[in-house]
Design a binder for this molecule. Structure first.
Ligand SMILES: Cc1ncc(COP(=O)(O)O)c(C=O)c1O
Length: 328
């Protein structure tokens, strides 16, 4: 229960916080990682925290079928397929791409977990995905099902609650570990994860800097999007909260060649981290964001922060479709 809103208990929580000794030494900072890639549900990462709230809402409304959307290799779509299978719901995924593109990674898992996949073109996805999901909902309703739509990335008010919950978990862990994090850093893909952390920080008057690295589009786009999501999320909470939107801090410059497209330097960084710190970054989200954080610190841009917590949001299956790009 969070501010009067119920959730399902699906994730393995709390997720651990670990110090990255070699990265910390190299950057002369204390850099920690919160292993939200360990939330469980077949490696569902940050998505499962959001789905704990979204799927609870779906069940409360009597739904027996989930509809959502994403890119061909969407972690959110795959996580939704896994949750649907576990709880015994049907699942339809509207994916950008076509069957001949890639059969590896998340798309393979979508099918393995029994989701129905409907492919749409890049243009339809960009401009009509919500309309397509509504049409799918109507078709399923005519067949006697009770469908519920979860928006892209579960990044709406209800999904963002998952990361207010995560923020509260971090506050408890700070006390246990005797550390005061002055910055929390995360990848930004559709904005819900950042929004939850940002709101948690404000609701608890914590004074931490919440830093996002956008992995698509622009920082400006996401500052606006997070601002909308803050309002939407706040409208769900019981209580009268005053929230400032002045500190939405999203750092641009690390999208590279585009969403889910990797540069050589990003892949080399993932390899270096794997071999020196023994954990796996994904190439689409945490790989780009952690590369961004590392570079910003190295370039002296984050000098005022000493205890930095990077939230690893999962997505490691995304590495497999890229295996041929690694020079190993
Ligand atoms: C693995 C992973 N990390 C981070 C993100 C970004 O989270 P959000 O969409 O809430 O901004 C996503 C999804 O977009 C994701 O799949």
């Amino acid at each position: 229960m969070l501010y009067g809103i119920e959730k399902l208990n699906l994730a393995n929580l709390p997720t651990p916080i670990e110090k990255l000794e070699k990265v910390s030494f190299c950057l002369n900072k204390n850099v920690y990682i919160k292993r939200d890639d360990y939330t469980g549900f077949e490696f569902s990462g940050n998505k499962i925290r959001k789905l704990e709230f979204s799927v609870n809402e779906a069940l409360k409304k009597g739904a027996n079928h989930l509809i959502t959307c994403g890119a061909m290799q969407s972690n959110h779509a795959r996580a939704t397929a896994v949750v649907a299978a576990k709880i015994g719901l049907g699942c339809t995924l509207i994916l950008k791409g076509n069957e001949r593109d890639e059969v590896d990674g998340n798309y393979f898992l979508d099918k393995l977990f029994g989701a129905e996949v409907v492919f749409v073109s890049a243009d339809d996805y960009a401009f009509r995905r919500n309309e397509i999901m509504e049409n799918t909902k109507e078709e399923l309703r005519k067949k006697g099902l009770k469908p519920y739509i979860i928006p892209e990335g579960a990044s709406n008010g209800i999904g963002s609650l998952g990361y207010i919950n995560c923020f509260e978990e971090i506050l408890i862990q700070e006390k246990e570990l005797g550390i005061d994090f002055d910055a929390i850093v995360v990848a930004v893909g559709s904005g819900g994860t950042y929004t939850g952390l940002y709101l948690g920080n404000q609701l608890h008057k914590s004074n931490k800097e919440i830093i996002g690295f956008n992995v698509s589009s622009t920082a400006e786009h996401f500052i606006n999007r997070v601002s909308e999501l803050v309002d939407e999320t706040l409208s769900l909470l019981q209580g009268d909260f005053k929230v400032s939107k002045e500190h939405i801090n999203i750092i641009d410059g690390y999208v590279g060649r585009g969403y889910a497209i990797s540069r050589v330097e990003e892949l080399e960084f993932i390899e270096k981290i794997a071999q020196n710190e023994g954990f796996l970054l994904d190439p689409v989200y945490s790989g780009k964001a952690f590369y961004g954080l590392f570079n910003e610190i190295q370039n002296g841009k984050l000098n005022s922060f000493n205890n930095i917590l990077f939230v690893h949001t999962g997505g490691q299956f995304g590495i497999f479709p890229k295996r041929s790009l690694f020079e190993l």
